[in-house]
Each structure stands twice: as C-alpha cells, then as structure tokens.
Design a protein. Structure first.
Length: 250
C-alpha cells in the first residue's frame, strides 16, 4: 500500500512538474537554455524545468478599448475620440520575443496613430468619412505591428465627442437651415397659389356666365354658416349693366 501511494505521488509530481498542456486556442513558445527552440502545438508537452522555459500565447482575437483621446482637427476644433481595436497574434514567437507586452504596445500604438490620423481631417470630413478614417488607422497600426507578429483585423471609431459650445452652434445652424427651408416652401406655395388664382380669374373672365355660377356657389357656401350676419352678393356684371344703362340715358 505504501509503495502504491509513493508511486501515485511520483506520477502526480511528474505531471505537475514535467508535463504542460497547450490548449487549442494557444501556442507555446519554447526556449531551451535561454534560446528560442520552436513553437509547441496544442496538446501535452514534456517540459524539463532546468533546460526549458515555456511561454503560452493566446491566439484568439482580442478586443482592446482605446480610451478618449484629445485631438485637434485640421480646422482647429478640439474633440475627443475613442475607439475599439480588434487584433490577433499570427506569430507567437515574435509576440514574445520582439515586444515585452504586445497587448499594451498595440493599444499605445493605436492611440498615437489615431491622434495623428484624425488631425489630418476637418470635423466635417471626420463625421462624414468615419469608416474610411478608421480604415486608415487600421492599415497604419497593422503595418507598424507586423514586426510583433500582430494582425490588426478592424478598428472602429465609437464616439466623437464635441465641445458643448460647438454643439450649441451646430444646433443653431440646423435650426436656421430648417427655418430657411420653411420660408422657401411657404413662398413657393404663395407663388403657386397666386398663379392658380390668376389662371382662375382669366378663365372666369372669358367664359360667359361663369362668374354668375361662381357667385351663386359663394352665396351657398356663406349661407350654410350658422352666423347671424347676412351678406348680399351683387355680381359685377349687374354693376356694369347699370353703369352702361346710366351712360345711355345721358
């Protein structure tokens, strides 16, 4: 029984000290006597503690928040911009050997690149071409991080925060633009109404009896009201007839 316990203890000690497990989403960077030896694929690996050093690298896509950055646009407007960057390790050896902390280094690189890139755009260009600006930042960060074995998959600009004074100015401009459109629409309506009235008057003046029919229709409309006021409508033709009759007597 004692021998069995000793044997089991030796097996447990061997597993914990000499056997390492590399998961499917990881790669192992193996150093032998301080020198890079090879990349260890997923599975179990026998490690000699005195001679070997194993660094595990997660190769899954990582999401890193780029905090608010104070940026001056090309037209000298101070804004704050934050973003999110998606990247993954393509070469585990480079990610361990070439840079101390590849996640921190990639985040810092994204921050400086974002400040420099956005400073080349005006505010209007930035608001209208957000996707293309993010694409430019991604390309720059991806190229700069190639020596670290990093593949930058995407960069998204999350928020563009404007100063309060600029927000009020933009709101006033938008309100003035709405009022301008309202005035233009109203004036166009008045022009159209005046044209229609002129066309109607022209038609009534050339159609015999048309004015009488229009007068009768107006009287009918007015009489349908429950008002106590009585309005007498005299056709213009009657006035003209009376005027002609008076002239003939003279």
């Amino acid at each position: 029984m004692m021998l069995l316990l000793i044997f089991l203890g030796f097996i447990a000690f061997t597993i914990t000290r000499f056997i390492r497990q590399i998961n499917q989403y990881e790669r192992g960077v193996l150093f032998t006597m301080g020198k890079f030896s090879r990349i260890v694929e997923p599975g179990w690996f026998i490690l000699l503690p005195i001679f070997h050093l194993l660094k595990k690298v997660d190769i899954r896509t990582k999401t890193v928040d780029v905090p608010n950055q104070e940026v001056i646009t090309k037209d000298n407007i101070p804004i704050q911009v934050n973003a999110v960057i998606y990247f993954r390790v393509m070469d585990a050896a480079k990610a361990v050997i070439e840079v101390e902390d590849f996640i921190y280094a990639t985040s810092q690189l994204a921050q400086t690149t974002m400040r420099n890139s956005i400073g080349a755009y005006t505010l209007d260009q930035l608001l209208q071409e957000r996707t293309s600006v993010a694409g430019l930042i991604r390309e720059t960060v991806d190229t700069a991080s190639d020596p670290w074995g990093i593949d930058v998959q995407s960069v998204e600009l999350k928020d563009i925060i404007l100063p309060d004074s600029l927000k009020r100015t933009i709101a006033k401009v938008a309100e003035a633009e709405r009022e301008k459109k309202s005035v233009v629409i109203a004036s166009e309506g008045e022009v159209l109404a005046a044209k229609n009235m002129a066309d109607a008057a022209e038609t009534l003046s050339h159609a015999p009896g048309a004015l009488h029919l229009r007068t009768l229709a107006s009287i009918n409309d007015i009489s349908s009201d429950q008002s106590n006021t009585t309005v007498w409508m005299v056709p213009v033709e009657i006035l003209k007839a009376l005027e002609s009759f008076g002239k003939s007597k003279h």
